[in-house]
Each structure stands twice: as structure tokens, then as C-alpha cells.
Design a binder for this molecule. Structure first.
Ligand SMILES: [Zn+2]
Length: 196
């Protein structure tokens, strides 16, 4: 028994509610074990929050011969820590993930990028997929994105209405003007980058 680690873990459990070291690697293992598959849709239920992955969400990984769980194994443990934090946000009931790890390069290949199609909350649904008619950020989306940003675990939020953290840009939230290519690429989904 490593007493120093035991005491540090014990104190951080009291102070922070969880031990950060233990938590990061454990959430990955726990969430992969919780995968349930039905009719091609994979779901993970954690803390009363469903994470839903439809069949097309991992098609590129499947094209590379991966199973769903093998795809999840490529995802960084910090991304699972972030998902676990989402599951702790009381209003959030389910999150539809449209892409997680993919083999084609970029932050998704590093396992720290996730694309979200919709978030179902106790007060309504924010759909990032079917939003072309809506010009402005809804009150619900504003509330949700601010809570998610406040986890402190993400460095980018690139969505149809609001954007934050694009490389080379300074400042806080800005509008998606659909003028830059990064804005247009994210007119129909929310991309989140988890901090490394
Ligand atoms: Zn993405």
C-alpha cells in the first residue's frame, strides 16, 4: 500500500469529491464496459445520462476494421473524463454523439475531438443538426454551453451559433457568421475539443 497516494486520494475525495488521478483512467474503462448495443445504435448510460452513438457515427473507424469498442479505445481518457462531467450536469438527459475517434487526422484522431448532433435536456432539446433556419443562440443553448465551458475541460466550442477557442483567435464567444470556412463547416453540428 502506497500510503502517500492513499492519503492524497483520500483528501482529494473529501475536498473535490473525486480523486482526479484515479478518475481519468477509470471513467474510460467504466464507460467502455457500460456500452449497450441495440439495432446498430450504441448507448452508454452514466449517472442517468445517455450518450447515444448511431451507426453512422463511427463509420470511418468501421471502414478501418475497428469494432465500436476498439474505436472507443482510441479515444483519450480525458475525453471520457469530460463526458463523465457532462453526465453530472443535472439538466442534461442525453447527448447524441455524431463522431468521436476517426482515422483521418486532426484532433479526432488524437481522441480529443467530439461532434455532437443534439443535447436533450429537462427543459427541451438543442439540435445542432437541424438548425439552419435558426439564426440566433437560444436561451437554452446559451445556458448549456456556458455550463459545459465552465467545466474547464474544453478548449474549443465550434457550433452553428457561437464559437470559442479557434486557433489564432483571441477573446471569448463570437458569433458564427458562416463567412469563414471553419464557421460553415460547423453550421450543422457542435464540435468540442477536450484540453490535452
Ligand atoms: Zn469535430
Amino acid at each position: 500500500m502506497d500510503w502517500k497516494k492513499f492519503i492524497v486520494d483520500f483528501i482529494s475525495k473529501i475536498v473535490f469529491g473525486v480523486s482526479k488521478d484515479v478518475e481519468d483512467s477509470n471513467y474510460k474503462k467504466i464507460m467502455i464496459e457500460l456500452v449497450e448495443e441495440r439495432n446498430g445504435t450504441n448507448k452508454i448510460l452514466l449517472n442517468d445520462t445517455y450518450f447515444v452513438f448511431d451507426y453512422s457515427s463511427w463509420s470511418l473507424a468501421r471502414g478501418h476494421g475497428k469494432t465500436f469498442k476498439e474505436m472507443l479505445n482510441h479515444v483519450d481518457k480525458k475525453t471520457f473524463h469530460f463526458l463523465a462531467e457532462l453526465s453530472q450536469i443535472n439538466e442534461i438527459m442525453s447527448v447524441e454523439i455524431t463522431s468521436l475517434w476517426r482515422p483521418t487526422g486532426g484532433i479526432h484522431t488524437l481522441g480529443r475531438g467530439l461532434d455532437i448532433g443534439k443535447i436533450v435536456t429537462k427543459h427541451g432539446t438543442v439540435s445542432y443538426l437541424r438548425c439552419s433556419q435558426e439564426q440566433s443562440d437560444s436561451i437554452l443553448n446559451k445556458k448549456i454551453r456556458k455550463k459545459i465551458w465552465a467545466t474547464g475541460l474544453i478548449s474549443q466550442w465550434i457550433a452553428p451559433w457561437k464559437i470559442r477557442g479557434v486557433l489564432g483567435e483571441r477573446g471569448g464567444w463570437r458569433k458564427n457568421t458562416k463567412k469563414k470556412s471553419i464557421d460553415r463547416q460547423h453550421r450543422n453540428h457542435l464540435h468540442i475539443t477536450v484540453k490535452g
